[in-house]
Design a protein around this ligand. Structure first.
Ligand SMILES: [Zn+2]
Length: 524
C-alpha cells in the first residue's frame, strides 16, 4: 500500500518554508501532486490558495486543478485566509477534518486552540495577552509558536474559526442569521455582516440555500456534520460508549449516542449518529444558549476522536507483526476521549478494582444523588434525566453515599476538590510525565488511574495504563503467553508515540474474546 503521509514527508522530502510564513510544509511538488490526485489523506492538513481567483480550497476540491504557478500552499485555513484568500463555496474548507491538534508537537499551541475553540478570543476584553497569560507563556512567544505551527496569528485563527463555523451553520442548519452571529462568536450582527461582505462580497444570507426556511425553535435542535479522515471504526466506538453509558446521562439506542450536556450552568443534550458515506458524524445539539455551540462541538470531536491522523497511526502500529492483524481487523479504531475532564476522572475512580458494568452502576447512583435535572424541553430523549454532577456539587456533599469502600469515596472527594481548585487540572500542560505526577498527587490516584485519565481526558496519545487487567488479558491473547505489566511496558516502547491506540486495540481484543489465530508456539 502506498503510504504517503505528511509526517513521513517531513522526514523524507526536502523541507521548504511556506511562502508566506515560517511554517513547514512538504515540498511544493508534493503538495501539488496531492492536489492533482485529490488525495484525501491531505484533507485538513493542506490548503491551496489560487492566486488567479483569490479562493482557497481543500486538496479534494472537485473543481479543475489550478496551474502549478498559481498555487500557494498553506497548513491551515487561517493561514490561507490571513493571506487574503476566501473560502471556496464548492469544497467548503469549513468542513475539512479538524487536524489542528496534530500540528507539530507544541502543547502550548494545542491548549491555545482548545481555549480559542471555547471562545477565549471572542467578545470584549478578550485578547492575545490574556490568552498567553492563561497559558503561562509570553504574548510574543505565543505569536511565534502560532506562526511556526499554524502559519497564522492567534487572532487570525480565531477569526477564521468564527467565519468558518458561521458558514457551516448557514449551509447546514435552519438557525436564524442573528443567532448564527452569536453562536459563532461575532458579538454583533453588524460585525458578522461586515466580515461576510469583506470576505465574500455579499451578505451572509446570500450564501443560504434558497429553499431553506429559518426555524427559530432551538429545542428542535441544530444539526451539524463533523468530518473525520477515514477509516473510522464506528461500531467499536459505539460499543465502548454503550458499555459505559451512565443511566440518566447517556443512552445508546438504534446506532445513536445521546447524552446530556451542561455548559456554564445551562443544560441540554446532544445526539450523534454516523454517516459513513459522508465520512462524517452528524450531531444534533439541543441547547438553549447558542453561544455554547462551538464548545459543545469541540467536546463531541474529542469524545469521538474525529481529529486523529488515523492512517499514520494504523501504519505505525502495523509495523509490529503481532499488532498488524488487530489493526487489519479493526481499521480506524479510535481512542475515545472524555466528555469532560472531571467526569472522566470520576469514572476512573469508580472503575478502580471493579468491572465496567459495576462502575456504570456506581455512576448511575452518583448521578441520581448529585446530578442536576436536565431541562426536559432540551433533553431530546425520554431516558435522559440528569447532567453529570459537577466538582462543586461533589465538594459540597457531606458524605458520598455511593456503594464503594471509604478509601474510594475519599478519593472521589479529593478529586472534586483538586478539580474545583485548579481549572487546568485536565488540560494538557507540560509533558505527559508532569501530568501524571500532578494527578498522582491527588489522594487515591495511582499510576493506573493517572494514566487512564491522561489517555481519555488529557488526550495524551502516548498514555498507557500498563497494569490494566484488560490490557494484560488482551496482550496474553495476542502473544499467547502471560504478560506482566513491566513486560508489557517494554513491548509498548515500540508503539510510541501512539501507545493509547495500541491499548485500544488490546482492550478490543480482550472484550471480543478473539485473539490472534496463530498459536503461542509460532512465536517461541
Ligand atoms: Zn474548492
Amino acid at each position: 500500500m502506498h503510504r504517503l503521509t505528511m509526517s513521513e514527508n517531513r522526514q523524507s522530502a526536502p523541507l521548504r518554508e511556506c511562502e508566506n510564513s515560517r511554517m513547514e510544509l512538504p515540498d511544493r511538488e508534493i503538495c501539488y501532486r496531492a492536489l492533482e490526485s485529490r488525495d484525501p489523506r491531505f484533507d485538513g492538513l493542506l490548503f491551496v490558495g489560487v492566486t488567479s481567483t483569490g479562493i482557497y480550497c481543500r486538496p479534494i476540491c472537485p473543481a479543475r486543478t489550478a496551474k502549478f504557478e498559481n498555487c500557494r500552499f498553506f497548513g491551515s485555513a487561517a493561514a490561507a485566509q490571513e493571506s487574503g484568500f476566501r473560502p471556496c463555496l464548492r469544497c467548503r474548507p469549513e468542513t475539512a477534518p479538524d487536524m489542528a491538534s496534530w500540528r507539530g508537537t507544541s502543547n502550548t499551541v494545542s491548549r491555545a486552540l482548545a481555549l480559542i475553540n471555547d471562545g477565549a478570543l471572542d467578545g470584549n476584553g478578550a485578547s492575545v495577552e490574556v490568552l498567553a497569560e492563561r497559558l503561562g507563556v509570553g504574548e510574543r512567544q505565543l505569536r511565534r509558536l502560532f506562526l511556526q505551527h499554524l502559519g497564522a496569528s492567534p487572532i487570525a485563527v480565531a477569526q477564521t474559526r468564527r467565519v468558518l463555523f458561521a458558514k457551516q451553520l448557514i449551509h447546514e442548519t435552519r438557525m436564524p442569521l442573528t443567532e448564527i452571529a452569536m453562536a459563532a462568536g461575532f458579538g454583533s450582527v453588524r460585525r458578522f455582516n461586515e466580515t461576510f461582505r469583506d470576505l465574500f462580497h455579499r451578505p451572509p444570507g446570500a450564501l443560504r440555500r434558497k429553499n431553506l426556511v429559518p426555524d427559530p425553535a432551538l429545542n428542535a435542535g441544530v444539526t451539524l456534520r463533523v468530518r473525520y479522515r477515514p477509516p473510522y471504526d464506528w461500531e467499536s466506538t459505539l460499543a465502548h460508549l454503550e458499555a459505559r453509558a451512565i443511566p440518566g446521562v447517556e443512552v445508546v439506542e438504534n446506532g445513536r449516542y445521546h447524552r446530556t450536556v451542561e455548559v456554564s450552568g445551562v443544560t441540554g443534550s446532544v445526539e450523534v449518529v454516523h454517516l459513513p458515506r459522508r465520512q462524517s458524524l452528524s450531531i444534533t445539539i439541543r441547547f438553549p444558549n447558542v453561544q455554547a455551540l462551538p464548545a459543545i462541538v469541540a467536546r463531541v470531536r474529542r469524545l469521538f476522536d474525529t481529529g486523529a491522523d488515523i492512517g499514520t497511526i494504523d501504519a505505525h502500529l502495523s509495523r509490529d507483526p503481532r499488532l498488524a492483524p488487530l489493526v487489519a481487523r479493526r481499521p480506524g479504531l479510535r481512542a475515545p476521549g472524555g466528555w469532560d475532564g472531571f467526569e472522566l476522572a470520576v469514572r476512573a475512580i469508580l472503575g478502580q478494582q471493579v468491572s465496567v458494568a459495576a462502575a456504570r452502576r456506581l455512576g448511575g447512583q452518583l448521578v441520581a444523588l448529585y446530578g442536576r435535572p436536565v431541562t426536559q424541553e432540551f433533553a431530546g430523549h425520554p431516558q435522559l434525566s440528569h447532567v453529570f454532577p459537577s466538582a462543586e456539587r461533589i465538594t459540597a456533599a457531606e458524605r458520598i453515599e455511593v456503594g464503594m469502600p471509604d478509601a474510594r469515596r475519599l478519593s472521589l472527594k479529593a478529586m472534586a476538590e483538586a478539580s474545583a481548585a485548579d481549572p487546568n487540572l485536565f488540560r494538557p500542560f507540560g509533558t505527559i510525565e508532569e501530568a501524571i505526577l500532578r494527578l498522582r498527587a491527588i489522594r487515591g490516584v495511582g499510576e493506573w488511574t493517572a494514566q487512564y485519565i491522561a489517555l481519555r481526558a488529557l488526550r495524551e496519545t502516548d498514555a498507557f495504563p500498563a497494569s490494566d487487567i484488560g490490557l494484560l488479558r488482551g496482550a496474553e491473547m495476542v502473544d499467547g503467553v502471560r504478560s506482566t505489566s513491566s513486560g508489557l511496558l517494554d513491548r509498548a516502547e515500540f508503539w510510541r508515540p501512539w501507545r493509547a491506540y495500541a491499548a485500544q486495540h488490546l482492550w478490543a481484543v480482550a472484550a471480543s474474546g478473539i485473539g490472534n489465530e496463530r498459536s503461542a508456539s509460532a512465536y517461541a
